[in-house]
Design a protein around this ligand. Sequence first.
Ligand code: SIN
Length: 273
Amino acid sequence: MQITPLTGGLGAEIHGADVRRDEDFADIEAAFAEHAVIVLRGQTITPDDHLAFARRFGPINVNRFFKPVDGYPEIATVLKEKDQKQAVGEGWHTDHSYDQVPAMGSILHAIEMPPFGGDTLFVSMAAAYEALSPVMRRFLEGLTAMHSSRHAFGAATQDSEAARSGRLSNAEAATQDARHPVVITHPLSGRRGLFVNPVFTTHIEGLTPGESDAILAMLYEHCRQPEFQCRVRWQQGDITMWDNRATWHKAINDYHGFRRLMHRITVEGVPLH
Ligand code: SIN
């Protein structure tokens, strides 16, 4: 197995591993803990293999809104058809941050890729936090932020192309609101990192709306710097697994006229502090 870092900020590419092989698991798990995003190239697996690999990391967190794969309620379909304009996950986000106990991570398998584009970008929230000034880090210490699924998946989104096409549904289940620290200690690495994101965070508590908007906008602009990012260029069969407590991600929607189909499994996490 060859493990090669993708950038100085985060991510690693893994060749020669097979997610079905027991003897490969310890190295894959260690690479995931170290790099937060791992790209396992060339996995020829079934949905059952995908599930078995995910269950090694913990119980499955079933997504409420994404269309499931037929016969596999635990596997979400991430799909854009060739005649559709909107991709799922285009905004920078952290999956399930609106849950009281946010997901540990997601495992995305590339089933059908466009001939070009359709990459996924990731940000290291620890690298972004560490690059803030000591004064800003002290200011953020002890603050909490609210996250919600309501505006992202609720009634207001019923008219979106993703809802009309059935890729997203169950708007009535979008009732989750959760409070998390703005800066968390990563449950595995102990590294401090930001835990706010543009899609699901609604506001920082205790600030006026104007103050909260301004601080979040400043943090988001800071986090988007290329120095904290890695970019995954997919090939069919690849699996990318990311740690939601350590990253943001964003799907690049630059392949209009082509189909892109991914299967995603999300694994349960632990309360954040
Ligand atoms: C997601 O946001 O979970 C999907 C990312 C992607 O499709 O690249």
